[in-house]
Design a protein. Structure first.
Length: 334
């Protein structure tokens, strides 16, 4: 009698992990692991609570001021909270903050990335160490020191650059100069670029150091030059880190206070030229007016701080979305 064995095509059921196995997978089986997990989770929740509390406070105080604003808070070109009815707006402040930050980023990011690449792939170790140390010291300089240096040294020496830009590029409208003091948004942008340069350089340098050695060696084995190795292996691998470093620098540029207040001469007008005094920023306006403002004036300043808070959140959120959508940033691609 022939016997046959029926083989089922259905795979055996996968056993479900037990609660103990789930805890082990999370690394929370030992008391120390459970304590650390709780502290880490609590710290994250506490941070979210702090952010929410700040947002609620700013929104509440801002609503008190905006409800009594006689002008349009988004488009008014003046800031006068002492008259009745009060009239104030953030149009000039938003323009000055955005323009000065864009100038700073356009100047600082290419230079910072170039310095980071030089320190990690070109400079000998005896030279890279001292240069990196000096850059670290620049990051520790207080803002008021940068502001004093900008007011006493940078501003007087900007006349030559402003004159050259006016002679050759005044036809653009952006670089026309009336030969007044060089306390303009371009000067502020240059000062901010110097201030954020160490942050972007240090983070980018550490990211470039993490590039897998086999990626660079593979490119060299295929006959690539030093620059081709950097272009095909180093920069693609570190692109997400450079973006993160740039966002850190942009966050400081957006919120910088004392240095901008020391250098800039605001007049609450939007000028087409970047070389003439004028404009203003959120942080500079808050710092210069908060001490002499009454309770309503402080609520108005807090309202402008809320706008800066929202802009910062949007910038950082956009950076995270860019990094999340480009998964290839995690590896080196040609």
């Amino acid at each position: 009698m022939d016997t046959s064995t029926e083989i089922s095509d259905t795979p055996p059921p996968t056993p479900q992990p037990t609660a103990e196995q789930k805890r082990a997978a999370r690394g929370a089986t030992r008391p120390g692991d459970r304590i650390f997990l709780g502290l880490s989770r609590g710290s994250g929740i506490f941070l979210l609570v702090i952010m929410a509390a700040i947002a609620v406070f700013l929104t509440y105080r801002a609503s008190l001021a905006i409800s009594k604003d006689h002008g349009n808070f988004l488009t008014t070109f003046e800031w006068n909270t002492s008259i009745q009815p009060p009239s104030f707006g953030i149009a000039v402040l938003a323009y000055g903050t955005v323009v000065s930050s864009i100038i700073a980023m356009a100047l600082a990011v290419p230079v910072a990335v170039a310095i980071a690449l030089f320190l990690t792939h070109y400079a000998p170790r005896k030279l890279a160490g001292p240069i990196a140390y000096v850059i670290d010291l620049l990051a520790a300089v207080p803002s008021i020191v940068y502001g004093l240096w900008g007011a006493l040294i940078l501003v007087p020496h900007m006349n030559g650059l402003f004159g050259w830009l006016n002679d050759y590029f005044s036809w653009t409208g952006l670089f026309s100069w009336d030969e007044g003091p060089a306390r303009s948004l371009l000067t502020v942008g240059i000062l901010l670029a110097i201030m954020i340069l160490p942050i972007i350089t240090n983070v980018s340098r550490e990211v470039f150091r993490q590039v897998p050695q086999m990626h660079e060696e593979a490119a060299l084995a295929l006959g690539a030059t030093r620059w081709e190795v950097i272009r095909m292996a180093v920069i693609p691998f570190g692109r997400s880190g450079v973006i993160s470093a740039s966002m850190l620098g942009l966050g400081r540029a957006l919120g910088e206070t004392m240095a901008v207040a020391t250098v800039l001469s605001p007049d609450f007008l939007i000028h087409g030229s970047l070389l003439n005094p004028g404009g203003g920023t959120f942080a500079q306006n808050i710092a210069s007016k908060f001490g002499e403002a009454d309770e309503f004036g402080r609520d108005a300043l807090i309202a402008s701080g809320l706008v800066l808070f929202v802009i910062t959140l949007l910038v950082n959120g956009a950076a995270r979305m860019i990094i999340a959508r480009r998964k290839e940033y995690s590896g080196a691609n040609a």
